[in-house]
Design a protein around this ligand. Sequence first.
Ligand SMILES: Cc1cc2nc3c(=O)[nH]c(=O)nc-3n(C[C@H](O)[C@H](O)[C@H](O)COP(=O)(O)O)c2cc1C
Length: 424
Amino acid sequence: MNFRECLENENKRGSLQVVSEKSNPNLEVAIQINETEPAPVLFEDVNGLRVAGNLFANRESYARHLNIPQETFLHTLHAKLSAGDVQLEKRDGIYGEIELSEVDLSKLPILYHYQGDGGPYITAGVWIVNDPQFGPNMSYHRMMITGNNRGTVRVVENRGTFNALQHSNGVAEAAICIGAPPAVLLAASCSPDPGINEMELAARLDEVTLVKCKTVDLWVPDSSEIVIEGRFVNETGDEGPFVDITGTWDHIRQQPVFEVSRIAMREDAIYHALVPGRGEHQILMGMPKEIDILREVNNVCRCLDVSITPGGSAWLHAVVQIEKTKASDGKAALEAAFRAHKSLKHCVVVDSDINIHDPHDVEWAIATRLQADRDMMILSDQPSSSLDPSATHIPGKKSRAAKMGMDATIKASGEEKKMFYRVR
Ligand SMILES: Cc1cc2nc3c(=O)[nH]c(=O)nc-3n(C[C@H](O)[C@H](O)[C@H](O)COP(=O)(O)O)c2cc1C
């Protein structure tokens, strides 16, 4: 399914809200997306183009778009992503039914999301780069627009695009796909080992056909609504201020500058707008980490489900549900979760009778099954998330913070165990 088919399906279900009057990309659209969340919304005229938001604002809608049953969502995703080799479909020709005659980013409905942002930002762009050492890489990067053909790009250190830039003297080509199909949106947010092409992960989830770009030597998903081609120019500039997934201001940093060489799109293109810190940002960023934790915890005990919780900004907190068979399983699961998601800060492990999507139920498990001096794991001065305002941040270095794991599983065995179950 591609981006506009997802939108059409939501329309058929009657859940799509449509704003037909002209809307202003300067805060107004972001405010309305925020207000309609989690309902998907289509703006019919923002700078002359259509804009869609909240298509992936919760697990249910994502499961629907990927045609995966909600009940087995994470396990099915994990199984599909781990399946064998796939052949990437390619078609002849060049991407784009329409090409802007002038390379001018101000012709796109790029939003200002918050008062005080450093500029209008592209936030849902999937970046395709080629690493001369490891091959193609796909990930998200926000880009702050600084001119008609220029922007400054947040490139987190030691990930795919950062490595590609290191391996190409800072002048790598890139294609930014906006309105990419849901399988591509999910795969781009995964961080497999270098050398694994995320586009192949996407193709394990759904059919993806690739087509060549015109001004850069890269392949992009054919159904992308808009593709911006260009190159990093081995310069840096101020990036920010920007409100990130935690809903707090991220630091202003010196980041790589990108120069655009072509803007092309489908007919009647739909710009994908993603409001930072809101549901869609949280789902797209947090969900792949749930799969990583599921995989790693499964290596040490049976993992039933994982939730990267909205209260932890879908990035810093996780609840892991296990089927405990050994006394050591709870702590082993905590260690595995921290290994799988390096930015994870607090993690709770619970038994199969706890609803991990209900914060009250999780707190109940902590209240009735945990003793702080026996069941806690506190790790000091760990590599951590650049997004945690309370961590220690030194420019150019990985952020550091303390971590806390809570084993809220039942510790008793035999007959004693029944004292720990909620009486229904
Ligand atoms: C909506 C969204 C926005 C993101 N923005 C950025 C960003 O601006 N910079 C960045 O380096 N990573 C960003 N990320 C995270 C990366 O896309 C993610 O870590 C990715 O898995 C990195 O993949 P890689 O390790 O293959 O490069 C974002 C993720 C999402 C879902």
